[in-house]
Design a protein. Structure first.
Length: 278
């Protein structure tokens, strides 16, 4: 992912937010200050990732429409070069500028195979690149380009249907993943604010109640205990999100979006509970 203007703005805003919070808040809330600064930095990158994923999905859908239009034109006896030029003015969403560039290159006399390679590089999508490779090889081989284009369109359509069916079938597991994490977070908060104080009260002193978590007889402050639980929630949220992404969309990169949501929820809920209950 290339650094964009929005990313630099996020970094600058993060520095400003951390500076203001450090001045306005007590030094004991440094972890909260750091967390808010980190949140401001990460948000633009997560937004860019989500936007990129949505654009890729739209490109695949529009390429299917482009392939169908191309098949219809070629089936009427129009050469594939002329067919691409004829359909360039149709609406293809995120793919529209790439289709027009492809058409313009062919109009200027660029060989179809070279134009398709440039088109594939510009689109930067694995599914589309595979389909364009097949079209280019078919054009060079001199076979029935209409039949081959129809087969390519059918393959892209099947791939799109399988992705949608997988996403629909796995949506229940995604919801379960979120619910499990929320239940886990509630259990952690109950342990932190109810169970451990109760144990400390029974033992007589706070140090005796939670001293076993401080190493060799060392005491653990409430702030250290809160941070430890927060680290646990953040780690759980991060890996839980990656798992959800892998199950739902087939790749770990998509899980970063879910990780961000879960970690943000854990951070806000945990820090908010610590401010409210302490």
């Amino acid at each position: 992912m290339k650094m964009q203007k929005i990313h630099w703005i996020g970094i600058i805003c993060s520095v400003i937010v951390m500076s203001l919070l450090y001045v306005l808040m007590e030094s004991g809330n440094l972890f909260f200050i750091f967390g808010m600064g980190f949140l401001v930095v990460v948000t633009p990158f997560v937004y860019s990732m989500i936007r990129e994923t949505n654009i890729n999905s739209e490109k695949e859908e529009m390429f299917l429409e482009f392939a169908r239009n191309l098949v219809e034109s070629v089936k009427t006896g129009t050469p594939i070069n002329k067919s691409i030029i004829n359909i360039k003015n149709k609406s293809y969403g995120a793919l529209e500028k790439h289709v027009k560039k492809l058409s313009n290159q062919i109009s200027l006399g660029v060989p179809l195979s070279s134009a398709l390679q440039i088109f594939s590089k510009d689109v930067n999508n694995k599914t589309i690149s595979r389909a364009l490779t097949l079209i280019g090889q078919a054009e060079r081989a001199g076979g029935d380009i209409g039949e081959i284009l129809e087969s390519v369109a059918g393959a892209v359509n099947t791939s799109d249907k399988l992705k949608k069916e997988r996403k629909a079938a796995i949506s229940t597991l995604v919801a379960q993943g979120y619910i499990i994490f929320l239940v886990f977070m509630v259990i952690i908060l109950v342990m932190q604010f109810k169970i451990f104080p109760m144990v400390a009260g029974i033992s007589g002193t706070e140090s005796q109640g939670i001293g076993m978590f401080g190493g060799a007889g060392g005491e653990v402050s409430s702030e250290e205990m809160a941070n430890a639980f927060l680290y646990l929630l953040l780690i759980q949220g991060f890996f839980n999100g990656l798992t959800i992404g892998k199950l739902a969309e087939g790749n770990v990169k998509s899980g970063l979006r879910h990780s961000f949501i879960l970690m943000l929820t854990a951070f806000l809920v945990s820090t908010g509970a610590n401010i409210f209950f302490t």
